[in-house]
Every structure is written in structure tokens, then in C-alpha cells.
Ligand binder design. Structure first.
Ligand SMILES: Cc1ncc(COP(=O)(O)O)c(C=O)c1O
Length: 412
């Protein structure tokens, strides 16, 4: 048997398997109701429209659709993407836009161009697990800043950045998910957005704004995107995974042209270009005005599911001090906090035995926090499953509450 360990690079040795992906394997057990993945509702995929757009793309220019394409992405598609952004108050043209193989690739590419081992990245606490994984694979040191119901606590961020700079460890960038954050569902207030931009300007920092959920607002007023507030300092990532379908693996990055050029070079060694066939179908879909309709449909369905999940949580969860959850105004997730001392990781196997799954909070912490939290997805399951799943989950929480009360009695 060959021992492959010594052959691995320092980067590969550092890479950790995502706990979430490992746990997701358990959630594929037959009969399980899974609130774990960040999956859109498959019943809402516009299969018929995609079939028609596929025919159209092949009829119009099949030879190009099936050929290699430019790394930057198809120009017609980039123009459609620029239109989407302009509608959102962001002043861009196609030179600011790069088509990427979904936003996970965008995270890897920004890490690739900005990070050397031991570089510092500021993140939320909690934050998206895939970002932790991407930054970790380049050897970054992540420093998490606590969120409250207005998003990242900018006063803490300011203090931390100042402290780091005084020690000669200026962070390379700040990673933010301002709208319906994954995992918490929290949206950053306008005041905090302004403060975040001020911090970036004051300390000369770059912000990576990750926006998979921004267009999925169910209610309330949209706040300006960070990239609209300072297009020179913000690199924005968008994806079609949540607003249309993840199977295309398409998204885009928007930022200053100098940065985009650098990322283009980095992307060439990764995949040359994002799938031109998918880009061609997507271009037809967008130019036919189908995305707006699709987003409207998704918003209505997800709002309904969110309301239902919140109602069932109220109905079934035991009334315990310290047990609470967020009420997101959009997106795919809500975040449950258990009383201190309860461990969502310990509870997980009981939940699986009861055929219900969530993601343990610690997966979303760049440090060792989040043990008493978990994330629930409300987009994937049907309403009947949501009702039954929350009932099972409430039963799990009640049982574990009993256990942790008893154990704290034994060990004062
Ligand atoms: C905040 C955030 N960024 C990036 C991604 C990656 O998504 P994709 O690569 O499908 O665009 C996700 C997926 O859940 C996410 O929640």
C-alpha cells in the first residue's frame, strides 16, 4: 500500500472536509425530513422553460454554445448580468463582470488572488461554512465578529481591526453576507452597512460581499448593497443557485476591472471558462424576462414555508428560557439558539434517530463557537414535512433539555 501522505502539499494537508457535507450524508437516510441542506425547492425548477431555452440556444448558435468560451464569460450574458445589477442601483458595465462557476468558485478565486498562508480574514461569527473552507484551504486565519439582529457588530469589527493593525497584522479582506445571511437569516441594517464601508475606507480594506439571497426578500425594504455603496472597495459575488437552479453551476463576480482581470488569470488555471452551454441557455432565459417571474414564484412559496415553519416552532417547541430563533425577512434559513449548556452536536444523533436533520451551529464558526445553535432550512421541504419535522425536532429538544438539566444537577 502506498502512503500518499508525504506527497501532499501543505495546502492539501490543511484542507478539512466540510462537517456539513459529512453530516449531510446521514441526512440522506430514507424517511428523514431534512432541514439541513441549503437546497432550493426542486418542485419550483422551471423545467419546461429550461427545455425551451435549451432548444432556442441550440437553434440560435449551437456551434458556439457547445464550444469553449472566453474566460470572462459570454458577452451577451455579461450584459444581462449588468442589467440585473443596474436595476439594483449598482453602476456597472460588462468590464466589471466575470461569469463564474457559481459563487463557491468565486470564494476560492478571491482567496487564490488575495491570500497567503497566515493572512487574516475578518468574517461574521457565524458565517458561511463554504467560505471558511475556501479561506482555510489557502491557510488564512479567520477572525469572527459576533452578529446581532442588525448583522455584524461593526464597533467590535473596528476595535478588532485596529488591534490587528497595531500588531502589524492588517486583514486582507472582510467577508460579509449582508442579506439573509447564511446561516443566521439576519440582514444587515443600513446603519451597519454605512459603518462597515467607513471601516473599509478608514483602514484601507477590501470587502467581499457574498449575495446569494439578496433577491429573495419576502417583505420589508431592501437596503443598498455594499457594492453600490463603494464599488472600488467591494467585490460582489452572485449566484443563480438559489434564485433559479444550482445545477447550472453559474454565478458572477462584480468588481473593479483590475481585480476582475487578476481573477480571470486565476480562473484560467481552474476551469478555463464556466460551461458555455449553460451560459447560452441562461442567456436565453434572462433575455426572455423569465427570471423575474421565477423569482416572484419562489418568493411567494418560500415566504409561505417560512411562515409555516415559524408557526410550527411556536406551536411545538418547549417554552424554555434561552431557546429562541431568528425571523428572517427572506432567504432560505433560520437559526435556532438553545439554552447555554445544551449541545446541538450531541443532540444531532437523537434527531437523526427521530428522522429529522439540521446543521449543527459549530460548522459555521471559524473558531469553536456555536455549539448551542443549529440552522434550519425552510425552502426544500414541503409544508407537511415542515410540520412533522418541527414536531420531531421539538421532541428532541425537550428530551435533551431533560438530560442536560439532570446532568447539570449532578455536576453543579
Ligand atoms: C453565502 C453563500 N455563498 C456561497 C454559496 C455557494 O453557492 P453556489 O456555489 O451554489 O453559488 C452558498 C451556498 O449555500 C452560500 O450560502
Amino acid at each position: 500500500m502506498v502512503n500518499y501522505g508525504p506527497f501532499l502539499s501543505a495546502n492539501a494537508k490543511r484542507m478539512k472536509r466540510s462537517e456539513i457535507r459529512e453530516l449531510l450524508k446521514l441526512t440522506r437516510k430514507p424517511g428523514i425530513i431534512s432541514f439541513a441542506g441549503g437546497l432550493p425547492a426542486p418542485d419550483l425548477f422551471p423545467i419546461e422553460e429550461i427545455r425551451k431555452m435549451t432548444d432556442l440556444a441550440l437553434q440560435k448558435d449551437g456551434k458556439n454554445a457547445l464550444q469553449y468560451g472566453p474566460t470572462e464569460g459570454d458577452n451577451r450574458l455579461r450584459e444581462e448580468l449588468a442589467k440585473i445589477m443596474r436595476k439594483d442601483g449598482i453602476d456597472v458595465n460588462i468590464d466589471n463582470i466575470l461569469v463564474i462557476t457559481s459563487s463557491q468558485q468565486g470564494l476560492d478565486l478571491v482567496a487564490k488572488i488575495f491570500l497567503d498562508p497566515k493572512d487574516i480574514v475578518m468574517t461574521g461569527r457565524p458565517t458561511y461554512v463554504g467560505a471558511i473552507q475556501a479561506f482555510n484551504s489557502y491557510g488564512a486565519v479567520m477572525i469572527g465578529i459576533e452578529l446581532d439582529n442588525e448583522g455584524t457588530q461593526t464597533s467590535l469589527l473596528d476595535q478588532e481591526v485596529q488591534k490587528l493593525i497595531s500588531r502589524g497584522k492588517k486583514p486582507k479582506f472582510i467577508y460579509e453576507i449582508p442579506d439573509f445571511q447564511n446561516p443566521s437569516g439576519i440582514t444587515m441594517s443600513l446603519k451597519r452597512r454605512k459603518e462597515l464601508i467607513d471601516i473599509a475606507e478608514k483602514y484601507d480594506l477590501i470587502i467581499i460581499e457574498d449575495s446569494p439571497y439578496r433577491q429573495l426578500r419576502f417583505e420589508g425594504k431592501s437596503e443598498p448593497s455594499l457594492v453600490s455603496m463603494n464599488p472600488e472597495r467591494v467585490i460582489a459575488l452572485y449566484t443563480f443557485s438559489k434564485i433559479l437552479l444550482p445545477g447550472f453551476r453559474l454565478g458572477w463576480m462584480a468588481g473593479p476591472n483590475d481585480i476582475i482581470q487578476k481573477v480571470v488569470t486565476a480562473k484560467q488555471s481552474v476551469d478555463l471558462c464556466s460551461p458555455p452551454f449553460n451560459q447560452a441557455i441562461l442567456t436565453e432565459f434572462l433575455s426572455s424576462g423569465l427570471l423575474e417571474k421565477q423569482i416572484e414564484k419562489i418568493i411567494a412559496a418560500y415566504r409561505d414555508k417560512r411562515d409555516f415553519m415559524l408557526k410550527k416552532l411556536e406551536e411545538f417547541m418547549p417554552k424554555i428560557k434561552g431557546l429562541n430563533w431568528t425571523r428572517p425577512q427572506g432567504g432560505l434559513f433560520l437559526w435556532v439558539t438553545l439554552p447555554e449548556g445544551m449541545d446541538a452536536g450531541d443532540m444531532f444523533l437523537t434527531a437523526i434517530e427521530k428522522n429529522v436533520a439540521y446543521v449543527v451551529g459549530s460548522a459555521f464558526y471559524p473558531d469553536d463557537g456555536g455549539k448551542n445553535c443549529f440552522r434550519l432550512n425552510f425552502s426544500y421541504s414541503g409544508k407537511e414535512e415542515i410540520g412533522e419535522g418541527i414536531r420531531r425536532l421539538a421532541e428532541t429538544v425537550s428530551e435533551w433539555r431533560g438530560r442536560s438539566r439532570r446532568s447539570s444537577f449532578i455536576t453543579p
